[in-house]
Design a protein around this ligand. Structure first.
Ligand code: ZN
Length: 160
């Protein structure tokens, strides 16, 4: 069966940056399963997997515009330390969920200078060129419910 909209695709993958540094990998864990064609994974990777079959190995370089977007300087802002709980041990590199009008997003602490804390609301991989090495391990038809929900229902995974 070929990867196409309305299929569930299971992949093993290693994601590196342009310098070969590993960002994420399924090595040592379960393959990643997703519903193809619903935007569940980044556009550049989804397009590269379209039409592939089980056993195919795909190496693809995804530019930020087809990945997590460009880095938006407007999402970087300074806040005063008093906006955090008094016992918060703020360090550069810390990440936390912040909720706002557009839903929740991951915010990263990128600067700590006295009481001035600099936060970056960009996706941690915004502006990064992504190099994927992917092996397709399984392709099956998605159920109507999986298509409606946009995610995979499997024993041990997501269930309702
Ligand atoms: Zn569901």
């Amino acid at each position: 069966m070929q990867v196409a909209p309305r299929t569930v695709v299971s992949i093993e993958y290693t994601l590196t940056d342009e310098d070969g540094g590993v960002i994420d990998t399924s090595n040592g864990g379960d393959p990643l399963s997703y519903v193809h064609g619903v935007g569940a994974i980044i556009p550049g990777l989804e397009a590269a997997l379209d039409g592939r079959a089980s056993g195919d190995r795909v190496a693809v370089t995804v530019e930020p515009s087809d990945g997590y977007g460009e880095h938006d300087p407007q999402l970087v802002q300074d806040v005063h330390r008093s906006q955090f709980p008094p016992d918060a041990d703020l360090e550069v590199g810390m990440q936390f969920q912040a909720s706002g009008p557009g839903g929740s997003r991951v915010v990263t602490v990128v600067g700590v200078e006295g009481d001035r804390i600099t936060l970056d609301g960009n996706h941690p991989l915004a502006g990064t060129t992504l190099c994927f090495d992917v092996t397709v391990v399984a392709v099956r038809a998605a159920s109507e419910q999986e298509i409606a929900h946009g995610h995979v229902h499997e024993p041990g995974g997501h269930e309702h």
